[in-house]
Design a protein around this ligand. Structure first.
Ligand code: FEO
Length: 397
């Protein structure tokens, strides 16, 4: 049985959160031993019942039971879809079926097409495509809908609950992991690491839209007293902190001196050079991820370290006239998910002919990364090669 949280977070507004400790790979690609939460919300106000989003379909039975603890499902008047990725819309078909399709479903104009494509419910669903800035008056409460596309899909909206100052944000301002609390109370460093990982792994390809949406919200001059995202913690103590954290990660704000090293080494020849580099750098400033015959680190975790690094060192062996496969994949994800303006030092070893450095340079050639130097050698890194590496490090640090 998963851990389920239900709590009234302000008058008439409830969070329904499930902790997914079964998921191994978010979106079937990003490994997350830390798990994830799916947050839905239910508002009962002025004789109306409004459901905000839902959970992944694998928790459908639990969602329906949890919802029934708060309301008769037939009584739901409105369903607001902040983003239709199935980790939030998976329970929609069952809710609508039990509701008799009487609820009006509000979403971005793109959302109707998406949920119909996923679930084939377009004929039965009473869908209303909301306009940017449109309001729904509920007596004492007003919901104002904002288009915030590409956070993380084109269908993303935010809803501002005007009188309460609560912003429902879809994926935005969320994070991975299953925190042992609902709100941003107490120590937050560990959680913020999982927020960073979430931003890069999930929203990274569209990160320019994070700053655009934050600017849009800032320009509205609204007081945001609480942020209610679809993953992770609800922010009520310091909403400014998570907004600025998202901006910093989206814009790649570096920590002074931080170096990220990611390398593959089949027989220790790349590792010899990398160990030499690690020994020269301040211990606390380096994050290292490796693919060797003894260890296979997480590409998801390595990507999470890109935004706040100053320098990235890639070590790749040549493998069958190409780059070592894990490093080629990592370089492609750098280009696709974590395309930041960062300096790169390329280290590469080969047997009978070098190819890895060329392949990785090609992958990064039309990105924001700048390969500042390349040290490529046959077999082991001997003294002249280590000297060359020292000169590169001096130049780059
Ligand atoms: Fe949490 Fe993009 O869905």
């Amino acid at each position: 049985m998963p851990r389920i949280w239900v709590e009234e977070i302000t008058k008439g507004l409830y969070v329904l959160r499930v902790d997914d400790d079964r998921v191994k790979s978010f979106e079937a690609i990003w490994d997350l031993p830390e798990g994830a939460t799916y947050n839905a919300y239910l508002l009962k106000t002025d004789g109306k019942t409004i459901l905000f989003d839902g959970w992944k379909r694998s928790y459908e039975a639990e969602f329906i039971e949890t919802l029934k603890g708060l309301t008769r499902i037939e009584d739901i008047d409105y369903i607001i879809l902040h983003h239709t990725e199935p980790d939030h819309s998976g329970t929609l078909p069952k809710v609508l079926e039990l509701n008799g399709y009487r609820a009006k479903v509000f979403g971005h104009p793109v959302a109707g097409r998406l949920v119909n494509g996923f679930y084939g419910i377009g004929d039965k669903m009473d869908f209303h495509a909301i306009a940017d800035g449109e309001e729904l008056k509920l007596g004492s409460r007003t919901l104002k809908f904002l288009h915030t596309p590409w956070l993380h899909w084109p269908d993303t909206i935010c809803t501002y609950m005007v009188e309460d100052g609560i912003l429902f944000t879809g994926d935005a301002f969320g994070g991975f992991s299953m925190p042992d609390k609902l709100f941003d109370d107490g120590e937050l460093d560990e959680y913020l690491h999982y927020v960073k990982k979430y931003i890069v792994n999930v929203v990274g390809h569209y990160k320019e839209h994070i700053s655009k949406s934050i600017d849009k919200l800032s320009g509205m001059n609204i007081e945001i007293r609480m942020i209610a995202p679809l993953h992770g913690l609800i922010w009520k103590n310091d909403t400014h902190k998570i907004i600025e954290y998202y901006r910093d990660i989206a814009e790649g704000k570096a920590k002074k001196g931080k170096v990220l090293i990611v390398y593959s080494s089949m027989y220790g020849f790349v590792e010899g050079a990398i160990d030499h580099i690690i020994a020269k750098l301040p211990k606390d400033s380096v994050k290292v991820f490796k693919f060797t015959d003894m260890e296979q680190d997480s590409i998801s975790d390595a990507l999470a370290e890109v935004p706040d690094s100053e320098l990235i060192i890639l070590g790749a062996s040549t493998y069958e006239a190409g780059a070592f496969p894990m490093m080629e994949f990592f370089a492609r994800q750098l280009a696709h998910k974590a395309n930041y303006k960062k300096s790169v030092l390329m280290i590469s070893s080969y047997g009978w002919g070098g190819a890895a450095a060329r392949v990785i340079k090609n992958i990064l050639s039309e990105t924001n990364f700048e390969i500042r130097d390349t040290v490529e050698y046959r077999g082991r890194a001997d003294e002249p090669i280590l000297h060359e590496i020292d000169k590169s490090l001096d130049k780059l640090s």
